[in-house]
Design a protein around this ligand. Sequence first.
Ligand code: DC
Length: 336
Amino acid sequence: MLIAIRGATTVDNDVSQEIKVAVKNLLDEIWAKNSLHGKNVTAIIFSNTCDLHSYYPAKAAREAGYFSAPLFSAAEPDIYGALPKCIRVMILAESSEKPVHVYQGKAVSLRKDITAKFNVAIDGPAGSGKSTVASLLAEKLKVLHLDTGATYRACALACVRAGVDFKDEKGVKEALSRACISISYLGGAQHTYLDGEDVTAFLRTPEISMGASDVSVYQYVRNKMVDLQRAFAEKNSCVLDGRDIGTNVLPAAEFKFFLTASPKVRAERRMKENALKGIEQPFDEVLKEIQERDFQDKNRKFAPLKQAEDAILVDTDNLTVEEVLAVVEKYIQVKI
Ligand code: DC
């Protein structure tokens, strides 16, 4: 069936670079939330308020890689009281799903009915199931999932590639001051980039797990990643999983959960995950690594792993993923 997805965004200044970034961000989110890909999009139609002169939104879309469907843009008449410097889009696509409309920047004010923004923070130690639960919850709520651990993992990978020891704080800082870490979404799934390369597939090895824990103790690293995470959460309704989301990254998040499980259960889960990925490691080693990471994550100086006072504690030892999800969802539904 043909669906029409609506979206809008604004820029602060009528300059080409801002228009390019705004159009890309808008389309990225629409694509991620509606599982769009080249083939199911029929047309992309833009309009912009007549106070924008410096760039065609359609041209910005083409340059951002959205060229598989016909693109069109036109200026709106000078309507009194219109939201200034605004770009609107309508995307026609073939889909069996309901359209998810996206409003960003000051354009959020245009559709308060569908844009009530909220963030869900899910914190917990390695293997507590937070990442799986966060991903499933985001899918159910039709919002994005930000796996913040992946951003610290990308920092560790940047150090490996620069030949820097994780324990060498000065070297880590130098390597990361040159590294560009970013995220984007393909078909709703997070992809993590290091200097423009999609490194998602290299981030979940035991070496990078420990490296991420090592480098995340440094204030420079935390500031850089927290800036990235906050900027994302400010723009998008999303579920974030990590160690310090409820306490430090988003202390005002609308919903906060803290997932725990005993080290033994978490090690068993990690063994299963590793087996699926073809990684072989003895149980005792996995358990030791989990305990070392717990110790380091809980005892570091900056933003240690800790339950926020207002977070709901969920002990997942005897719960399946579906059961944890049901508990979390119940709280969210009650509050919304
Ligand atoms: O969630 P994960 O296993 O992918 O995280 C890897 C490491 O990154 C973790 O041991 C500590 C660090 N981390 C952090 O310090 N703060 C976060 N919000 C997420 C991860």
